[in-house]
Design a protein around this ligand. Structure first.
Ligand SMILES: [Zn+2]
Length: 404
C-alpha cells in the first residue's frame, strides 16, 4: 500500500494536487479552487482489495478520479479564459480497508472520513491479535490524529466510479449505470426444530416431524416470492441439517436468509412474509421455528440532484442515457452519504465477474466513464447556477452500522 500511495500520490502531485495520507491510511489529493472558501467536491473509491482479486474493483475509481482532475487542470492551462479558475476544489480520496478482509469489518477508511471510526472498531483485532489502532501505527500513522481525517465542512458532494460487479449492464449492452440506491439488507438465521426418528418405522403424517421438509418448502417460497417482487433479491445461502444419515428424519435444520431491496418497506414486508411462511410450513409438520436477525440495514439512497447531473453529463458525452441501477453491494459512497450527497457511476463488468482474477473492464467503457466525469466537472465549473443547485444540500442522516 505504501508503494501504491507513492505511485498515485506522484500522479496527483504532477496534476497540481496537494497530497497527504490521513491517519486512517486514506490517500488524499486536493486540487484547490481559485478562491479559498470555495465548496469542495470529493471523488474517490478504495485502494485495498481481497486476496485473489481482480485488478479493477476500487482502484479503477481512484485512477479515473485522478485522470478527470488531470483533464480539468489541462483545461485550465489551455482552454479556460484567464480569471475563470475553478469555482470549487476537488479532493480525490483513495480509501483504505473498504473490503473488511483483515478486521472483518468493512469501510474503515470511509468511516474515518465521516468521523465514525469509533473506539470499538479501533480495538478490533486481526487473526494475529493486532488491533486496528496498532495496524495504523505500524503503517507509520497516528490514531490520535484521526479527527483531522474528517471530511471538510465545505464538501458538497461525493462522486465514485466503480465497476458494477454484476451482470445487469452487460445483459442490456450498456457501458454505464447511475446508482439510485444501495440496497438495504436483512440477514437472518432460521432454525426449524422437529423430531429426529427412524425413517422406516415413523409413518408419514402427523406422527412425523420433519424439520428438513418444512425448511425445504420454505426455501422454495423464498425464491418464488422474490421472483415475483420487482427489485427483491432473497437467498438461502447456507443450510445445515442435524441428520447425518440417510435413514434418519432430520430433527433440526438451520438456514441463513439474505434479503435485499432498494426500498425498506418492500424488504421489511418480504422478511415478514418469510417469517410467516416458515411458521406455517413448520406448524403443518409439528415443527417449531426460531429465527434471529444479525443485520437489518436500511437502504442508502444516492443524492438525487448530484446523480441527475451525473446522468445528464453521461448522456451528453456518450450519446446515451445511462441506466438507473440499484447496487446490491455496499460501497464507500454509502458511508460518505452520511455526511454529503453521494453519486456512483457504474461501469459494465464483463461476464458480471468480480472478486476474481478474471475481473475486467472494456477500454471503451473506461473512456465513456472518463468522458462523463469530465463533462460533469466542466458543467459544474462553467455553470454557476448548476453548482449552486448541487452544492445546496439537505442535512445528512445518521446511519446504523453498515455492511458490505
Ligand atoms: Zn469495491
Amino acid at each position: 500500500m505504501h508503494r501504491v500511495h507513492a505511485l498515485l500520490g506522484g500522479w496527483m502531485r504532477a496534476a497540481g494536487m496537494q497530497v497527504h495520507v490521513d491517519a486512517a491510511g486514506n490517500l488524499r489529493g486536493l486540487l484547490p479552487a481559485a478562491e479559498p472558501n470555495a465548496p469542495r467536491l470529493l471523488i474517490g473509491s478504495h485502494l485495498d482489495t481481497i486476496a485473489n482479486a481482480g485488478a479493477f474493483d476500487g482502484i479503477l475509481g481512484v485512477v479515473l478520479a485522478v485522470a478527470v482532475v488531470e483533464q480539468l487542470v489541462d483545461d485550465a492551462r489551455t482552454a479556460v479564459p484567464a480569471g475563470k479558475g475553478m469555482p470549487f476544489a476537488i479532493e480525490v480520496i483513495g480509501f483504505s480497508e473498504e473490503e473488511g478482509v483483515r478486521f472483518a469489518k468493512p469501510f474503515l477508511g470511509s468511516l474515518a472520513l465521516v468521523g465514525d471510526l469509533d473506539a470499538a472498531t479501533l480495538a478490533r483485532t486481526d487473526r494475529s491479535g493486532i488491533s486496528v489502532a496498532d495496524a495504523i501505527r505500524a503503517f507509520g500513522l497516528d490514531p490520535a490524529e484521526l479527527p483531522a481525517a474528517v471530511i471538510d465542512p465545505s464538501a458538497f458532494g461525493y462522486l465514485e466510479f466503480h465497476i458494477e460487479q454484476g451482470p445487469v449492464l452487460e445483459s442490456e449492452d450498456r457501458a454505464l449505470g447511475i446508482v439510485d440506491a444501495i440496497a438495504g439488507q436483512t440477514r437472518m438465521e432460521f432454525i426449524f426444530t422437529g423430531q429426529a426418528n427412524h425413517a422406516g418405522t415413523t409413518p408419514m403424517g402427523p406422527l412425523r416431524h420433519d424439520a428438513l421438509a418444512a425448511a425445504a418448502q420454505w426455501v422454495v417460497e423464498v425464491e418464488r416470492y422474490a421472483n415475483t417482487t420487482p427489485g427483491l433479491v432473497a437467498t438461502v445461502g447456507k443450510v445445515e441439517s442435524s441428520s447425518g444419515a440417510g435413514n434418519v428424519i432430520a430433527g433440526r435444520f438451520t438456514a441463513t436468509l439474505d434479503v435485499r431491496h432498494p426500498t425498506d418497506p418492500v424488504r421489511q414486508a418480504a422478511v415478514g412474509h418469510y417469517i410467516d411462511y416458515a411458521r406455517v410450513a413448520a406448524a403443518a409438520r409439528g415443527v417449531t421455528l426460531a429465527h434471529t436477525t444479525s443485520i437489518d440495514q436500511p437502504a442508502v439512497p444516492m443524492g438525487s440532484g448530484l446523480s441527475a447531473q451525473l446522468a445528464a453529463a453521461a448522456a451528453r458525452s456518450t450519446g446515451r442515457e445511462p441506466r438507473s441501477i440499484t447496487s446490491g453491494a455496499g460501497h464507500d459512497a454509502m458511508i460518505v452519504a452520511r455526511r454529503v450527497p453521494a453519486a456512483i457511476l457504474f461501469l459494465r463488468s464483463p461476464g458480471g465477474l468480480s472478486h476474481h482474477p478474471g475481473e475486467s473492464v472494456l477500454p471503451q467503457d473506461v473512456e465513456a466513464a472518463f468522458a462523463s466525469g469530465v463533462e460533469f466537472l466542466r458543467t459544474l465549473r462553467d455553470d454557476r447556477a448548476m453548482l449552486q443547485l448541487v452544492a445546496a444540500r439537505t442535512p445528512p442522516r445518521k446511519r446504523e452500522d453498515l455492511h458490505a
